[in-house]
Ligand binder design. Structure first.
Ligand code: DGL
Length: 267
């Protein structure tokens, strides 16, 4: 196989990374993509760092055997806790979603402004965003809030039910008083709740999703290495660790993605 024809590997704990998959597919229509959703072990956000690192290394190893040319960790929890560990075992470049989220937030929030990061408990506890914003020289006040019920809501397909709005209000309404300039969707499941979150926060808050910047970073990385796939329509392959029909049904219902047959890989 030509080097440039090798696929891009993408993984998440479940459905959330499909928001990144969609951005990659839109920007890079000729690329072959292989997506892994760890549906047997979702959610990652309530697990220990050691567990998230072990799962991530297993999945990276599996995708590397599929001869990928680039690995996109389409999960904020794994990007926060396991990126360095994955890089240690990977012979291909590895991109996470934290740096792209920070890059997008810096464009959305003015200097001296307030940035609210929402994510899983594991991501918030890791303070990965606060550290990355500080390292990028951001002169903003950073607030962080874990919203652990958002992932099960999405995995249940309940993105536009009244209960989703109720839970979003409970988590976020107190932040309206703090005049938040930008809110980072620090979990790849959360873009599926974007409208509800935007409504709770009000028009003064810009909602930042890292998917598009992640896709742009992936293109830049491939371009730099001369690995962009030219012409034609790229293939998409989907693999999960459990319940493939459920994954396929929700991908279509929530994101309009037609997965075709979803394979199963158990660890
Ligand atoms: N979508 C993932 C993230 O971006 C993981 C959510 C979870 O499994 O808890 O953090």
């Amino acid at each position: 196989m030509k080097n440039s024809a090798r696929p891009i590997g993408i993984f998440d704990s479940g459905l959330g990374g499909l928001t990144v998959f969609k951005a990659l597919r839109a920007l890079l229509p000729a690329e072959n993509l292989v997506y892994f959703g760890d549906t047997a072990r979702v959610p990652y956000g309530t697990k220990s760092p050691a567990a998230v690192i072990a799962f991530s290394r297993e999945i990276a190893g599996f995708l590397l055997k599929k001869k990928i040319k680039l690995l996109v960790v389409a999960c904020n929890t794994a990007s926060s806790l396991a990126l360095e560990e994955i890089r240690k075992v990977s012979r291909v470049p590895v991109l996470g979603v934290i740096a792209p989220g920070v890059e997008a937030a810096l464009k959305a929030a003015p200097s001296g402004g307030v940035v609210l990061v929402i994510g899983t408990s594991a991501t918030v506890n890791s303070r990965a965003y606060s550290r990355a914003l500080a390292a990028a020289g951001a002169r903003v006040k950073v607030l962080e809030k874990a919203c652990p019920l958002f992932v099960p809501l999405v995995e249940e397909g309940w993105c536009s039910k009244p209960v989703a709005a109720m839970i979003a209000r409970e988590y976020l309404a107190p932040f309206r008083k703090k005049k938040v300039d930008a809110l980072i969707l620090g979990c790849t499941h959360y873009p599926l709740l974007k409208n509800i979150i935007a409504r709770v926060m009000g028009p003064g808050t810009r909602i930042v999703d890292s998917a598009r910047v992640t896709a742009a970073d992936a293109r830049a990385e491939l371009e730099r290495r001369g690995l962009l796939n030219g012409g034609g329509k790229g293939r998409s392959e989907f693999i999960v660790s459990d319940a493939p029909e459920r994954f396929s049904g929700l991908a279509l219902k929530l994101l309009g993605i037609k997965t075709g047959k979803v394979a199963v890989k158990r660890f």
